[in-house]
Design a protein around this ligand. Structure first.
Ligand SMILES: C[S@@+](CC[C@H](N)C(=O)[O-])C[C@H]1O[C@@H](n2cnc3c(N)ncnc32)[C@H](O)[C@@H]1O
Length: 376
């Protein structure tokens, strides 16, 4: 079976054709709730025009979250719910949206269709309800995502749902195929977090001779990970910041570097990809899982995790995303950046003509080339 077939087998018959519609339903939650926040702040009364920065000032958006609020305004304009005067850039005429109560009522069913457990829909609803306070940095989104230290919502966001089940199975199939069997294989995972990828990957590699180094920039995840992974003796834990130019890899010459939903945190993506390349042995591969576009739903939930700490450089500040108020690179941009960093793309899934592509996430496997034998 190919990795794509492994992925499809893992999700089984899940009504793939209805997934884009479910995503659209979650988009509507984002549009309706952001429009409601603007209205409640007394913005966009009939005949009134505002500059985007005035809107942000009125909402008292914390400096680090201003990019998120600018994204909301852009989304409302793109969806023809808000008008933008092309000459002046002033915004006006906010249209009525689906009532917030109506979209909120649909969220648990939409989430269930996408394979998200109730903890994820509860998180989406809690975040949508607290948007003004989130914007002002009066509460941290982490307090909603990890409610009383519970990781169920984060687990469900990265594992067990339809798209991540597919992608994790793809990653596991690629790892099973590529890792050497004649010696102990070396895997380095960066930004391993709640273990959304590590768990299924280690399960798929059960019985294989393996050294798996589970790393993250945050001590919080390293403390909880041993419990999550059930004391697997093949796993070691280490702190690693992919943005740190002085970071030394805790495993030399990795056969595989796994980076699931983390490399968009790069301040300079090419720099980080070059670093990841240097951690691989020639012929080894980087397995990347990413979102290829800003999801409207994420703009009222997960994006609050992606704002820089006060005073820190934002993701993308040193690369092609600079000044664009976005964190994600498209699939084509990843392909180009991987190439520029000296990594050759071997596979990218799901195929772009598959219904799963509408969910916006993908896996890319890129290899560090082996030196040509005839070249010194
Ligand atoms: C969206 S979560 C994904 C977690 C995990 N890969 C999964 O799929 O379940 C992103 C993770 O990247 C980590 N992270 C963020 N910035 C990082 C950095 N500069 N270096 C390493 N890890 C980072 C976060 O702490 C978090 O655990």
């Amino acid at each position: 079976m190919t990795p794509h077939e492994h992925g499809l087998a893992a999700i089984g018959d899940t009504g793939l054709d209805r997934l884009p519609e479910a995503m659209r339903g979650l988009d509507e939650l984002a549009l309706a709730t952001t429009a409601e926040v603007l209205r409640r702040a007394g913005l966009f009364r009939p005949g009134v025009r505002h500059a985007p920065e005035q809107v942000l000032d009125r909402l008292r958006v914390a400096p680090r979250h201003r990019w998120i609020a600018r994204g909301w305004l852009r989304a409302l304009v793109e969806e023809h719910l808000l008008r933008r005067d092309p000459a002046s850039g002033l915004l006006h005429d906010l249209s009525p949206t689906t009532p917030v109560a109506e979209v909120r009522a649909r969220v648990p069913e939409l989430c269930a269709r996408l394979g998200y457990p109730p903890a994820v829909s509860a998180f989406f609803l809690a975040a949508a309800e607290r948007l003004p306070a989130l914007l002002r940095d009066e509460i941290a989104v982490q307090s909603l995502l990890f409610d009383a230290g519970d990781t169920a919502a984060a687990d469900g966001a990265y594992r067990g749902n339809v798209v991540n089940t597919y992608l994790n199975a793809v990653v596991a199939a690629v790892a099973a195929e590529r890792l050497p069997t004649s010696r102990r294989a070396r895997v380095l995972e960066v930004g391993a977090g709640v273990g959304g990828t590590a768990l299924p990957l280690l399960a798929a590699l059960r019985g294989r001779d393996l050294e798996y180094v589970f790393t993250d920039v945050s001590r919080f995840f390293l403390d909880s990970a041993p419990g999550v992974l059930g004391g697997d003796p093949r796993v070691r834990f280490a702190l690693l910041d992919v943005n740190d130019p002085a970071a030394t890899p805790p495993v030399p010459d990795a056969d595989l570097v796994v980076a699931a939903n983390v490399l968009h945190n790069a301040v300079d993506v090419r720099d980080v990809l070059r670093r990841a390349r240097s951690w691989l042995r020639p012929g080894g591969a980087l397995v990347l899982v990413e979102s290829g576009r800003e999801l409207r739903q994420a703009s009222v939930s997960m994006q609050f995790l992606m704002s820089p700490a006060p005073g820190a450089r934002p993701a993308g500040d040193g690369d092609l995303r600079a000044g664009q108020d976005r964190v994600f690179l498209t699939r084509d941009e990843w392909t180009a950046e991987l190439g520029a960093a000296g990594l050759h793309v071997r596979t990218a899934l799901p195929p772009t003509d598959h219904p799963l592509d509408a969910l916006g996430q993908f896996a890319v496997i890129a290899e560090r080339p082996t030196p040509h034998p005839n070249r010194s």
